[in-house]
Design a protein around this ligand. Structure first.
Ligand SMILES: *[C@@H]1O[C@H](CO)[C@@H](O)[C@H](O)[C@H]1NC(C)=O
Ligand SMILES: *[C@@H]1O[C@H](CO)[C@@H](O)[C@H](O)[C@H]1NC(C)=O
Ligand SMILES: *[C@@H]1O[C@H](CO)[C@@H](O)[C@H](O)[C@H]1NC(C)=O
Ligand SMILES: *[C@@H]1O[C@H](CO)[C@@H](O)[C@H](O)[C@H]1NC(C)=O
Length: 736
């Protein structure tokens, strides 16, 4: 049985590039057969288990009582091990022989499904090498509706389509390596402030079209587990929301794995069990005194407040996930300190590099061409002088920034800071490199004047709310650069007319002051590059690779322009569907740099739009049988759009061509355009390639609240293929 399940998963790992060589999201095979096999093995095991075994398998051993951040006891009667659950989304937390992978936000910024998939495979391989059974990621909640949201960087950007593709690629990659993935934090956990008391009151359509969407991709990718979040939904805790767990996740999306609580996010014994929670983590509160399941659940089952069938279902789901990924044979022993890095730093460097977004490049100041004198400025230009892992869970903004802080952070095995990599390059070029490794404006003019170019590295950081850094309790207090970055850039640019600003940031920063500063010739949005920070930067600054990342959120002119912000108290999500570019487009607000934007060192031209519809494309609801992810027909390709992309500039480069759809007027009010396809093409100068966008039924649907179905509206869909959400190059239509 388990071998069958494994074979199904192996079949999911197919070549990523299509015959024309471009990288496009690929339809995942249905997981129904693999889950059937895994559940049948699990049911056989459950039949052998005592009630106490079942209580044990669903109840964590308690906070700080096992080798991992979460643990359940071994169940000897069925050969089930002490289960190890470990943070997190970018590597093995507390690992000392592991890779610090790039954060999700950086992976998304590459729009490169092959790199995202490989990142998942490597994450899974390292977790398995450490004996970790469940690696706690990837993240689609927060989605990132609040630009200052502290944990947005752990996820894949604010568009649900892109986040969904990245979730699926990551999960399939992780699970193909043998580790269970965990889709988290479910759901509508969009800020750190009051996250464990506030209620997110999201209307049904917005829930489906924005927040649930990437979780549907996760379920479709056969994710083994999901983690319910700290917040309430309409006043009920997410971990005891019958509507969210039994309803949306297990019934509507057909999720066949198990739901674990976020750490200490469970509040009742019976309510959580009956709402669909399957595993409590860490099994106690942080004092270790309160245990809501364990003996309490046993009592609840004995008194029929929770049915025996519900307890069996919990245990069967947990076991099925374990069988699904083949952990029932030959799994390594737990050793969080194992050395498992292999060549994985290559993926870190590639994502750190290809996630860099070039925002401005006046007069071709970049790429650098063997400058005689170069200046480098900023505290973030060098590794943290106190030690690269000196801050608990990376909770500080000292030295080169590679990730945000919190439980989703890991130790760096090393840090190649901007200065380290630039110094090596300068030596080989014979360039004189001057360093001013502080954010103080004092003395900076003399450090940079006379240099051919001055590179200033500035930052903005955020993280999880249990750590406050420089007054930021998880969420950022504002969207300004940290450490007086604006003043530092002004001081540098006043003394050097070729100033290149490098931004390492968790999310959008208001750049108006910097862009208005004469002397600022280039802005390089370098995101969160983790351990390969400087190497990735040098690759792009020197044109070893043309920049090819595109923004996965909007950079506004003013913080108020987003129309969403961290709130005190409950959040009614009154902006509905109008988040990030959906809002800027709808409210006709000009952003500074729009979602999907990014420059290159070359130019791309777009031509020859074609659209083809399948006979299966009909107006009306998806009605297929439920498979993991929802109705089967929702996932069918019903239309294909192609466009020819030509590299019309002078150097090799890669373009992320994006497809945006406008729903017909028969649909209820919707955002003016929504991302529904992308393809990344690497092209030599003069070469052309075909971008192919396969539109699934869901990509053409809206959620109809009345009928509780996904519906394709009748009429004419607007199709725009272009270089960003506002740089449409080709227009067409689809008639349904
Ligand atoms: C929350 O309430 C809204 C408005 O009644 C409803 O549309 C939505 O489905 C509810 N969501 C949950 C998770 O209960
Ligand atoms: C959210 O909606 C509730 C119920 O309609 C209302 O009482 C409350 O004032 C609203 N909260 C905000 C912040 O608008
Ligand atoms: C336009 O694209 C289609 C589909 O890829 C292709 O068959 C056709 O040859 C292209 N035409 C031109 C003029 O490039
Ligand atoms: C790209 O095209 C623009 C406008 O046609 C031109 O000014 C610029 O030099 C081109 N850049 C490259 C790198 O070819």
């Amino acid at each position: 049985m388990a071998l069958h399940a494994l074979a199904m998963l192996a079949a999911a790992v197919l070549a990523r590039a299509d015959e024309t060589g471009n990288k496009v999201p690929r339809a995942a095979p249905s997981g129904t057969a693999a889950w059937d096999a895994a559940h049948s093995s699990a049911a056989a095991a459950v039949a052998k288990m005592s009630q106490q075994d079942k209580i044990n398998i669903v109840t964590g051993v308690g906070w700080n009582k096992g080798p991992c951040v979460g643990n359940t006891p071994a169940i000897g009667s069925v050969g089930y091990p002490e289960l190890c659950l470990q943070d997190g989304p970018l590597g093995v937390r507390y690992g000392t022989g592991t890779t610090a992978f790039t954060p999700g936000i950086q992976a998304a910024s590459t729009w490169d499904v092959e790199l995202i998939r490989q990142r998942g495979e490597y994450l899974g391989a390292e977790a398995k090498g450490c004996g970790v059974h469940v690696l706690l990621g990837p993240v689609a909640g927060p989605l990132g509706k609040n630009p200052t949201g502290g944990r947005n960087w752990e996820g894949f950007g604010v568009d649900p389509y892109l986040a969904g593709i990245a979730m699926a690629e990551t999960i399939e990659g992780m699970q193909s390596s043998g580790v269970q993935a965990c889709a988290k934090h479910y759901i509508a956990n969009e800020q750190e402030l009051n996250r464990d008391t506030m209620s997110s009151n999201v209307d049904d359509r917005t829930m489906h079209e924005l927040y649930l969407w990437p979780f549907a991709d996760a379920v479709h990718a056969n994710v083994a587990s999901a983690m319910c979040s700290y917040n309430k939904l309409n006043g009920s805790w997410a971990c005891e929301s019958d509507r969210a767990l039994n309803g949306l996740l297990k019934t509507e999306l057909g999720f066949r794995g198990y739901v674990m609580s976020d750490w200490d996010a469970q509040h009742t014994t019976v309510g959580s069990a009956n709402a669909g929670l399957d595993m409590t983590m860490p099994g106690s509160d942080y004092s270790g005194k309160t245990v809501l399941w364990g003996p309490q659940l046993n009592n609840a089952v004995n008194s029929n407040q929770v049915s025996k069938a519900r307890l069996d279902d919990m245990a069967q789901r947990i076991l099925a996930a374990w069988y699904l990924v083949g952990q029932n044979a030959g799994y390594p022993a737990i050793n969080i300190k194992a050395s498992v890095q292999g060549n994985h730093k290559e993926n870190v460097r590639a994502i750190a590099r290809d996630g860099i977004v070039l925002l401005k490049n006046d007069g071709g100041v970049l790429p650098l061409k063997k400058p005689a004198k170069l200046a480098l400025v900023g505290s973030a230009a060098v590794a943290n002088p106190n030690g690269i892992n000196s801050c608990n869970d990376q909770g500080c903004d000292q030295g080169a920034l590679g990730m945000g802080w919190g439980s989703g952070a890991v130790y760096y095995p090393y840090m190649v800071a901007p200065y380290d990599a630039l110094k090596a390059r300068a030596q080989s070029d014979g360039t004189t490199l001057t360093l001013h490794n502080s954010d103080s404006t004092s003395g900076v003019a003399s450090a940079v004047s006379g240099a051919d170019a001055a590179i200033v590295v500035i930052t903005a950081d955020s993280g999880e709310g249990y750590i406050t850094v420089e007054g930021n309790a998880g969420d950022r207090q504002n969207l300004d650069p940290w450490h007086n970055g604006n003043a530092l850039v002004q001081a540098v640019a006043a003394a050097n007319p070729n100033t290149i600003v490098v931004v390492h940031s968790v999310g959008p920063v208001i750049l108006e002051t910097i862009l208005a500063t004469a002397g600022v010739k280039a802005v390089v949005w370098a995101g969160l590059p983790s351990q390969e920070n400087g190497n990735a930067l040098v690759d792009v600054l020197y044109g070893l690779t043309a920049p090819s990342g595109k923004l996965v959120y909007t950079i506004a002119k003013r913080a108020e322009d987003y129309g969403t912000a961290v709130v005190r108290g409950d959040d009614n999500y009154s902006e509905g569907l109008f988040v990030d570019y959906r809002h800027f487009d709808n409210a006709k607000i000009e952003p500074r740099f729009e979602f999907g934007f990014g420059l290159s060192y070359t130019n791309f031209t777009y031509s020859n739009l074609t659209t083809t519809t399948a006979p299966t494309l009909t107006a009306g609801p998806a009605t297929g049988a439920t498979i993991p992810g929802g109705p089967a027909d929702l996932w069918d390709t019903v239309a294909t759009v192609t466009a020819t992309i030509t590299n019309s500039g002078g150097v090799a480069g890669a373009e992320v061509a994006q497809l945006y759809l406008t729903l017909p007027s028969s649909a209820p009010a919707a955002p003016p355009r929504q991302l529904r396809g992308f393809a990344k093409l690497a092209l030599q100068p003069g070469a052309s390639g075909t971008a192919t966008f396969n539109l699934r039924r869901r990509d053409l649907s809206y959620w109809d609240v009345g009928s509780q179905r996904w519906v394709v509206p009748a009429g004419t869909f607007g199709v725009v293929v272009g270089a960003s959400s506002r740089d449409g190059r080709l227009e067409g239509s689809l008639v349904v």
